[in-house]
Write a protein that binds this ligand. Structure first.
Ligand code: SF4
Length: 719
């Protein structure tokens, strides 16, 4: 099974296309699907090391003893699903369907839309995914400005602006190859990054801004482009609204003012603005740095405005729009099943923890635009147009919300470690009546579950992707091997629950293949027709049809104004109030970024080959700062914010700007004892979420994304 078959690696979000091969030892190997475009990294070669790992979950487990005690018994699938359905029904009957919350990562389960369809059939609205702080929130700002997500035309790009991206053959290799090709044909690279990264070394211009000040730089670029008349006046006049308000807003953002805020030279700001505006085809590819700041909305909005006023929209950065024809994830989700009174209950739309841009009340603002384009379903771009707010959700799970949330499902999502405010999430999960986790591993989140259900992994499943709606393209991936042990695919589990909960009609397909054929029927295809590995296109709305409320590019966003927020981008200086109250106690600004090559988010620490490359969680610190704190290279140290502490191994690093430290994301040690006594396999000792609170001052006010890069301040000392 599987040799020569096309699949998609999902060990990370790179989504590299691979073909299965049989190794000499009978083990599964994979190779790039296109030998002429070898976008694949060493993690993919570890497919069988992962799939056949002795610690992988391969049977359903039921908790015995106290929650979090780390004691389990094996249970059959039927017993597990019967009991879960009965307990969930009891929660819904007592508290309503809004008392069910789901945190999911569609890439980890190979499905978008299925979980939402089940939830919508039940009337449940509280859904979140990690895309809330990673690309999904970017998509919602793009939507507010020009209606859908803009993707760069790499084949034509002659100027690339990176906000903190550090690409190589282990971190988005496909984009890295495109970057290298663009640079080889003479493209200009502008890198905005406080660190001197390998990618920054390739750059023609490197702006080493102070952490968290990117939005101020972008405002100054807009200022220069408008003041020097470098914008595309024809495009602005024909397609944009809000230009006069924008001009007025950025007038104060001179390069000199931005230079003071960002700590870079004013002339460099002017020069790079001119380079961007005067390019034939400049692109600002997506990067996660912009998603994890308290100024995230403003930074992303400023990036969108730069694309628009310089005339690059649909001429360098393509705004494709949601698909027409072929059933995409949002159409499968069937949001029309939800009654208005249930929608109104979604957490985060209003009240003290309101961050509305990613919620259903924002999605409703685009209804007329969607109807004008003839789209017969409610779009859910990257799973975040219809999401609840995580900080509001976790508060409600702790009993601090407008109503109780009492059942929590984590579906391919290590929730405990994926957001800010880790201890608050642990408390939220512990307060539930029912916790169910669908996973490959006994993760820190799974360690708090009542039932742990063993999920398949990417090489063991068929997928009609992509799992998120970004562009109107459908791709097929085919299973290379049968699922290990008793592992199951998510559709089978979701259908098993739907049948038991009395909403089986919502998931009528016998299996995933039948579902895929149903999704492809409108374009006259079956799942097997896609075996050549080539994507098929669903129809896209006409170019130039911007799906905003006005039908134009909204430089001043009516959606943001309707939601009660500033329609224009701005900059607010990040501030950690506890650190500000005690000057000198927390001397370093913390940056939770620079993802490691040997792991991906919270995964891969259990893989011997990769763990050997990165055995311990590293604090990167400038040598002068390390000397000042008495911290030696390779020594354990304590890193403490006003909200929590972690222990990390110091790595002296000249590339790390003085006055800042980098703390790693996603660190736990699967080999250590689990459960609450073991600190969830050391997740409570090492993970960045212990340092970063989800307090309002550390959240972007519009989207609720946490400031993980440049807000929280820490102290460092030897352990
Ligand atoms: S970059 Fe590596 S781990 Fe990520 S999808 Fe591609 S091959 Fe897989």
């Amino acid at each position: 099974m599987g040799e020569g078959v096309v699949s998609t690696c999902r060990f990370c979000d790179g989504g590299c296309r691979v073909v299965g091969e049989a190794g000499d030892d009978g083990r599964l190997r994979v190779a790039p699907a296109s030998p002429e475009f070898p976008a694949i990294c060493p993690k993919a070669a570890a497919v069988d090391e992962y799939r056949l790992h002795p610690d992988r979950l391969t049977v359903p487990l039921r908790r015995v003893g106290e929650r979090g005690a780390g004691e389990w018994e094996r249970v059959s699938w039927d017993e597990a699903l019967d009991e879960i359905a009965a307990k969930l029904r009891a929660v819904i009957d007592e508290h309503g369907p809004e008392a069910l919350a789901v945190a999911e990562m569609p890439l980890n389960i190979g499905f978008g839309g299925v979980t939402r369809r089940l939830m919508n059939a039940l009337g449940a609205v509280n859904y979140t995914a990690p895309t809330q702080l990673c690309m999904g929130n970017t998509a919602q700002v793009h939507r507010a400005v020009y209606g859908w997500f803009a993707s760069p035309d790499w084949a034509r790009a002659d100027c690339i602006v990176y906000f903190g991206q550090d690409r190589d053959m282990q971190r988005w290799p496909a984009e890295y190859l495109q970057l290298k090709a663009a640079l080889a044909r003479g493209a200009t690279l502008i890198e905005v990054d406080p660190r001197l990264t390998d990618t920054a070394r390739l750059a023609d211009y490197h702006l080493r801004v102070r952490y968290g000040t990117d939005a101020a730089l972008a405002l100054a670029w807009i200022n220069v482009i408008i003041e020097e008349g470098l914008y595309d006046a024809g495009f602005v006049a024909a397609w944009c609204v809000g230009f006069d308000e924008l001009r007025e807003r950025v007038a104060a953002w001179t390069p000199e003012r931005a230079a003071e805020v960002c700590g870079v030279d004013a002339e460099l700001i002017r020069q790079t603005a001119r380079v961007y505006a005067n390019a034939a085809c400049a692109v600002i590819p997506w990067g996660v740095v912009a998603d994890m700041q308290v100024n995230s909305t403003s930074l992303l909005q400023a990036q969108c405005i730069l694309r628009a006023i310089c005339g690059y929209l649909n001429d360098g950065e393509n705004v494709s729009g949601p698909a027409l024809g072929g059933v995409v994830n949002a159409q499968l989700a069937a949001f029309e099943m939800l009654a208005p009174e249930q929608r109104a209950k979604q957490l985060g739309q209003d009240g003290p923890r309101a961050h509305p841009l990613l919620t259903m009340c924002a999605a409703a603002l685009y209804r007329d635009a969607t109807a004008r384009a003839g789209i017969p379903y409610e779009p859910d771009i990257l799973g975040e147009s219809q999401a609840c707010d995580p900080s509001a959700l976790f508060a409600a799970m702790r009993g601090e919300g407008p109503y109780p949330v009492r059942a929590f499902f984590a579906v391919g999502n290590n929730t405990v470690m994926s957001y800010a405010g880790q201890q608050g999430i642990v408390d939220a999960i512990r307060a539930q009546d029912l916790v169910v986790v669908f996973e490959n591993w006994l993760t820190p989140t799974a360690q708090l579950a009542d039932y742990v259900l063993p999920g398949d992994m990417w090489a063991e499943r068929d997928v009609l992707g992509p799992e998120f709606d970004v562009a109107p393209v459908l791709t097929a991936s085919y299973a290379l091997r049968e699922p290990a042990g008793e592992c199951r695919g998510w559709y089978e589990v979701a259908k098993g629950l739907a049948d038991r909960l009395g909403v089986g009609d919502a998931l009528p397909w016998a299996d995933a293949r039948e579902l895929f054929d149903w999704r492809l029927a409108p374009i006259g295809k079956t799942f097997d027709d896609l075996r050549d590995g080539r994507p098929v296109l669903a129809e896209a709305p006409a170019r130039g049809c911007f799906l905003t409320p006005s039908g134009k590019v909204e430089l001043a966003s009516s959606a943001l104004a309707t939601l009660g927020h500033d329609p224009l981008p701005s900059y607010v200086e990040p501030c950690d109030p506890a650190a500000a109250a005690e000057p000198g106690r927390y001397p370093y600004v913390a940056f939770a970024g620079l993802r490691e090559r040997a792991s991906y988010n919270t995964n891969f620490h259990q893989m011997p080959t990769f763990r050997a490359q990165a055995p311990e969680p590293l604090l990167l610190i400038n040598p002068a700062d390390a000397a000042a704190e008495g911290v030696a290279d390779g020594a354990w140290c304590v890193v403490e914010s006003a909200y929590g502490r972690v222990e990390l191994v110091a790595r002296l690093d000249d590339a790390q700007p003085a006055g800042s430290v980098r703390v790693p994301h996603g660190w736990w040690k699967p080999e250590l004892p689990g459960g609450l006594v073991g600190g969830l396999s050391a997740a409570c000792l090492h993970n960045d979420g212990m340092l970063m609170p989800d307090a309002e001052w550390n959240l972007d006010p519009v989207q609720g994304v946490p400031g993980l890069r440049g807000t929280v301040r820490v102290a460092v000392r030897p352990r």
